[in-house]
Design a binder for this molecule. Structure first.
Ligand code: ZN
Length: 137
């Protein structure tokens, strides 16, 4: 069995952003040389997510509005008693998830229809990273 590890780095312009990282993950699979296996992609920060959904801008706005209703920015979260100001980002991250696992078949991401991988940033404007770990043959 082979294994391959890569880090993807982000520094978003806005505090909140959704970034399609499918091309970077596909590139990591290509570099790994693995044709049959599994690919794990996870955010390495507790205020950012990795999730799979449709690459459709209306849906992305729906996500942002829905998350803002569930965990509004600027509310007096108990977490802020530690001196932090990102309670909303921790909650948004938990709802949207930490990681995805995608099968690799014949050297490609074995997606269902319209599936794409996204990095969800909820407390950005600083350097943060995503781990890509690939195992297989
Ligand atoms: Zn925090």
């Amino acid at each position: 069995m082979k294994s391959y590890r890569a880090e993807l780095w982000f520094n978003t312009k806005k505090r909140k952003e959704l970034v399609n990282i499918t091309p970077q993950v596909a590139e990591a699979i290509r570099k790994s040389g693995i044709k049959e296996g599994l690919c794990l992609v996870n955010a390495m920060h507790i205020t950012a997510s990795v999730f799979i959904n449709d690459n459709e801008s209306g849906l992305h706005q729906d996500f942002e509005e829905w998350l803002e209703k569930l965990a509004p920015y600027g509310k007096a979260y108990k977490h802020h008693q530690t001196g932090e100001d990102n309670g909303d980002a921790h909650l948004k991250r938990t709802i949207m998830g930490r990681e995805v696992v995608v099968a690799i078949t014949e050297g490609r991401l074995d997606f269902g229809p319209w599936e794409q991988i996204f990095y969800g940033e909820f407390d950005g404007q600083r350097r943060k990273r995503v781990l890509v770990k690939i195992i297989g043959e």
